[in-house]
Ligand binder design. Sequence first.
Ligand code: SAM
Length: 274
Amino acid sequence: MPLYVVATPIGNLQDLTARAREVLASCDGVVAEDTRYTGQLLKHLGIEKKPFHALPAYDEARRAEAILDRLGQGASLALVTDAGTPAVSDPGALLVRRAVEQGVPVVPVPGPSAAIAAVSVSGFTEPRFHFAGFLPRKAGARSAMLDELRALRAQLVFYESPHRLAATLRDLRSTLGDRPAVVARELTKVHEELSRGTLSQLAGRFSGEVRGEVVVVVSGAPEAEQAGEDPADLEREVRERLSRGERPKDIAEALSGSHAKREVYQLALKLKER
Ligand code: SAM
């Protein structure tokens, strides 16, 4: 019997699909990131109590065993997380993989996801987007990931907690350049807000206390960043500025609209030493 992977609302309960309701009502049991939270949702939907299995992110591997046993016995289970689509920056991916390995049919029941909702209103016209999820917290891993993303000709989608938003916008700005971006806050909720501007404008706007949940969408790499740019052009520009007496730090700042600050800074230091 299948494992249904069911999306639930990210704020507005009306966004639960009719099919999700039907699957939640008819399955033999519910696998939930947080059973109390999902219990409230089922109550709100008027769905009778069901056997619950907890699948918290910190214990997914261990908890998956009992769930796989139930599936193996023929139970149909619906996997849900607190909000949005399971396995998208949420538990579920490991359980799905194990279910597939065990020959259990896995059935998507699609619906809300904050990333897709944010991309749909970003207004950026790149046909591709890259879902980056939460950036690593450690500085080294964070800048390595941002370096990887810098040349992508695709909208970049990040999840972030409200109290780290300003610092992340500053990091994005210094690694990716001062690109246009959107902060999508409290999507589908009463205080929904779409804030548009360059990364530095947004970092200024969100420098105080921020409440609620946020997604950041950053426009893709500008023309000069894309593959095919002649690196000699950048080198020439940096040399000229050095010869005018500009400091590497200022050159990096001046060119940060189209190039990664760190890359320009290191190039300027190297050229200056020669
Ligand atoms: N699985 C979920 C999904 O499909 O969107 C994401 C879960 S992840 C643990 C939670 C993050 O999603 C939040 O920190 C925030 O970045 C984003 N998020 C969730 N709901 C949101 C909302 N209503 N408005 C803006 N961002 C939201």
